[in-house]
Design a protein around this ligand. Sequence first.
Ligand code: NAP
Length: 248
Amino acid sequence: MKRILVTGSTGTLGRPVAELLTSLGHDVRGLSRRPGAAHQGDLVTGAGLDAALDGVDTVVHCASDTRRQGRTDLPGTRNLLDAAARAGHPHVIFVSIVGVDRIPFPYYRIKLEVEGLIATYGGTIQRATQFHEFALGGARIAARLPLVPAPDVPVQPISTRDVAARIAALVDNPVPGRAEDLGGPEVLRAPDLFRSYLDRIGSRRRVVPVRLPGAAFRAFRNGEHLTPAHRSDGERWSDFLGGTPVRR
Ligand SMILES: NC(=O)c1ccc[n+]([C@@H]2O[C@H](COP(=O)([O-])OP(=O)(O)OC[C@H]3O[C@@H](n4cnc5c(N)ncnc54)[C@H](OP(=O)(O)O)[C@@H]3O)[C@@H](O)[C@H]2O)c1
């Protein structure tokens, strides 16, 4: 049994990570800025970090300023790692994204810099492909339009539970540096994925594949965010969609 701090434990990935690690018998602390959280803390101000890290063996770093393209991720991670060093240098596992070094996308550039901080600290970097929930979010937004635009790119969506399982394995057997990338079980085209969502909600709207300009989207078109050689054997998109409550 290890004492583990999960940053971003209220988020899409952090929640299943904290649940799985708890179910495996670990003593899990979830860090959140929310008032009333058992371990309230803010990575940007540093408030609450020393208390949250006290006696911790492992940190799973899932927090990210995702709504603002990672704007505070670098200072926030610096604060986390400084506090971790003060707390006796626990093992740190950081969740990153496949292709951050190959796709010139602003959020990815920041993730790559954060990976550098983690490497210098001596932690583990786990890159994953896009989560099912992320793909679903994109489909839901696009589906509001009469003609449903879908980026004409491949995707390899993965279940957050499968990413959580990989993290649990890394908690038990730490890997220095970059762990093997982890991708979903299949590569799909985003327009087909959007079509399946529309079918699921009973919408007959037409999907329009869209070719977006720029170097970042060229890289997405070329599949630089995929890792077909590292497919999980976990939940497929269709199974995720089938188990998702129908909500527009
Ligand atoms: N989405 C994808 O498809 C995907 C794919 C591969 C990897 N990833 C990576 O996986 C990680 C998790 O992504 P996600 O989609 O689960 O994110 P998310 O749902 O947006 O959750 C972000 C979390 O970060 C926390 N947070 C943000 N700023 C904070 C701060 N200043 N102090 C403390 N906590 C803070 C939030 O906690 P509170 O609001 O409760 O404080 C929240 O729990 C990210 O690093 C992301 O880049 C994502």
